[in-house]
Design a binder for this molecule. Structure first.
Ligand code: G6P
Length: 609
């Protein structure tokens, strides 16, 4: 959460910084600010509100200069006010800091600083950084930053400028993502490549405990003790076009419509249809498929939508690889001293690759000797690097805060891993069927997208309802959870996902004509069971929306609305059944006038615990 961007070069900094902030806005959007360093002073504009509010406030009166830093905030310490907006300063206002992360010992440091006579003017944890740098300053900015950071506990990605050392930008990272962009006559620092990809695709991913100095002569990297480090320059594989809205009114809709391609990209070069297996280069050396017998337990761990994908993976892996599998919320898993050893395989799933709880769960698992595999979208992210090895989903940048295309690609990646790990086990025929079904998924997703208007019509009918229930069984129970999450995230309608059979143990009490119940009911092993649950809802006057497979006329008499999806292998059906639910949530949110891409209180990347 929070996005930071910094620039030093020959062009005016403010337009580049504001544009960078716009591309990072998905990380947080409750306040924003920019500081430019020129002619021996710092010119700052910051305020509560979105980037567009800041841009309007600045108008034509841009801070002038070719060196600056900027920030878009998702509040943790202190309300989202103009005063708490970044950058933060020392008393003389000649050192400016932008920060993403949490300084955990901020209150101790505040007290210490107050005892030294400093007056703290904001409620943020970041202000202490500016004051510590001020205390440590002795005519060299990077040394002061390094000295300050050595007193700090917690996580940070920071960028610092000072009019006392006016041609320098200092950046450092511990636990919050930060990269350098290496352009021609220009250097950048950013939380994410999206902020700078228009200007350069050559980046250096900073690791924890590293510091970078960007000045008029170039850049250098070191540890906090000043020992120089040589870092590899990587090339970002996507460009600006990939992160523009491409004619869609919202990123979320664009990303829903990208799913035929994103799912295809997840499988590209990996799915061997004829052999009924998958080739996963990222796993072959650290988890050769024949070694799966060494493990007696698989734990899948993730947060949010990625956790829903993990639940589907649990069903797949248990069914095919025949190993006990559990799915754990990363935030719970790490705090209960899990029983893990070298016979445990942990699979961590994350779109951003930066979710703090998932990262911490990986560290816990590694400490206990478990093998850790990641399934991540963002290349070079912290989780990808912390794991022993992994599989990138290659879904492309996901900007909409509500995750859509990452979810379907995560499920597909889990199916590939299932094929990869189950090559030793029977029945091979089943694996061939799964491989064949995976191959057909992109076209089948396209067919469902063709029903967008139909789903919008349904949204018109239901967008004023206050509560929704989503019910599914087996592989489609996690889809019920995901459908409910999508709706509540972006439309602020209360929605619950439940295993359909559990309805009788509570939620059935809520059912009346004002409660739409969305059943995910494709034909399959549990279809007859879910049919009984639909009857039970109907008998109590509930409104039924059914997602079922094409050619199933049986629900016509029971459901108020039906959306059909093509039939695929049962374990892959979630990739198809979730798509109408993404569209339903999207259209309901738009009809309710909600900000689909930037729902209130949420952020795309949760880098705080
Ligand atoms: C946030 C996002 C969700 C996402 C979750 C986990 O809550 O808003 O869309 O599912 O974090 O994020 P990750 O990047 O680890 O998948």
């Amino acid at each position: 959460m929070c996005g930071i961007v910094g620039y030093i070069g020959t062009a005016e900094a403010t337009p580049l910084l504001l544009e960078g902030l716009r591309r990072l806005e998905y990380r947080g959007y409750d306040s924003a600010g920019v500081t430019v360093c020129a002619n021996g002073s710092l010119d700052t504009r910051k305020m509560a509100g979105k980037i567009i509010d800041l841009e309007q406030a600045i108008g034509g009166n841009l801070p002038k200069g070719t060196l600056g830093i900027a920030h878009t905030r998702w509040a943790t310490h202190g309300a989202p006010t103009s005063n708490n907006a970044h950058p933060h300063f020392n008393a003389a206002e000649d050192i400016a800091v932008v920060h993403n992360g949490i300084i955990e010992n901020a209150s101790v440091l505040r007290q210490k600083l107050e005892e030294l006579g400093h007056l703290l003017r904001t409620e943020t944890d970041t202000e202490v950084l500016a004051l510590l740098i001020d205390e440590a300053y002795d005519d060299n900015l990077e040394e002061a930053v390094a000295a300050a950071l050595q007193q700090v506990e917690g996580t940070y990605g920071i960028a610092v400028v000072s009019s006392r050392d006016p041609d320098k930008l200092v950046a450092a990272r511990n636990g919050s993502p930060l990269l350098l962009g290496i352009g021609e006559n220009s250097l950048f620092v950013a939380s994410d490549a999206a902020a700078i990809v228009e200007h350069t695709r050559d980046v250096i991913y900073l690791d924890d405990g590293e510091l970078a100095v960007l000045d008029r002569h170039g850049y250098r990297t070191s540890d906090l003790r000043g020992r120089p480090l040589t870092k590899e320059v990587s090339r970002v594989s996507w460009d600006l076009g990939t992160i523009e809205r491409g004619g869609f009114p919202h990123y979320m809709l664009k990303e829903i419509f990208e799913q035929p391609d994103s799912v295809r990209d997840t499988m590209r070069g990996r799915l061997l249809v004829e052999q009924g297996t998958a080739r996963l280069g990222g796993l072959s050396s650290c988890l050769p498929s024949q070694d799966i017998g060494k493990y007696n337990r698989i734990v899948l761990t993730a947060c949010g939508t990625s956790w829903h994908a993990a639940l589907i993976g649990e069903y797949m892996l248990e069914e095919f690889a025949r190993i006990p599998v559990e799915t754990e919320y990363a935030s719970e898993f790490r705090y209960r001293d899990p029983v893990l050893d070298e016979r445990s395989l942990v699979i961590a799933i994350s779109q951003s690759g930066e979710t703090a709880d998932t990262l911490a769960a990986i560290r816990e698992a590694k400490e206990k000797g478990a093998k850790v595999v990641s399934i991540v979208n963002v290349v070079g992210s912290s989780i990808a690097r912390a794991a022993d090895c992994g599989v990138y989903i290659h879904a492309g940048p996901e900007i909409g805060v509500a995750s859509t295309k990452a979810f379907t690609s995560q499920v597909v990646a889990l199916a590939l891993i299932t094929l990869y790990l189950s090559t030793q086990s029977e029945p091979l025929l089943e694996q061939a069927a799964v491989a064949e079904a995976l191959h057909r998924l992109p076209d089948q997703i396209n067919q469902i997208l063709g029903r967008n208007d139909e789903i919008r019509g349904m949204a018109e009918r239901y967008h004023l309802n206050k509560n929704f229930l989503y019910l599914g069984r087996g592989y489609n129970f996690p889809v019920a959870l995901e459908g409910a999450l999508k709706l509540k995230e972006i439309s602020y309608i209360h929605a619950e996902g439940y295993p359909a059979a559990e309805m009788k143990h509570g939620p059935i009490a809520l059912i009346d004509e004002n409660m739409p119940v969305v059943f995910i009911a494709p034909r399959g092993r549990v279809y007859q069971k879910i049919l009984s649950n639909i009857e039970e809802v109907k008998a109590r006057g509930g409104r039924v929306i059914a997602i079922t497979t094409e050619g199933n006329g049986e629900l016509d008499r029971l459901a108020d609305h039906i959306v059909t999806v093509p039939t695929t292998h049962e374990m892959l059906q979630p990739v198809l059944t979730v798509i109408p639910l993404q569209l339903l949530a999207y259209h309901i949110a738009v009809l309710r006038g909600c900000n689909v891409d930037q729902p209130r209180n949420l952020a795309k990347s949760v880098t705080v615990e």
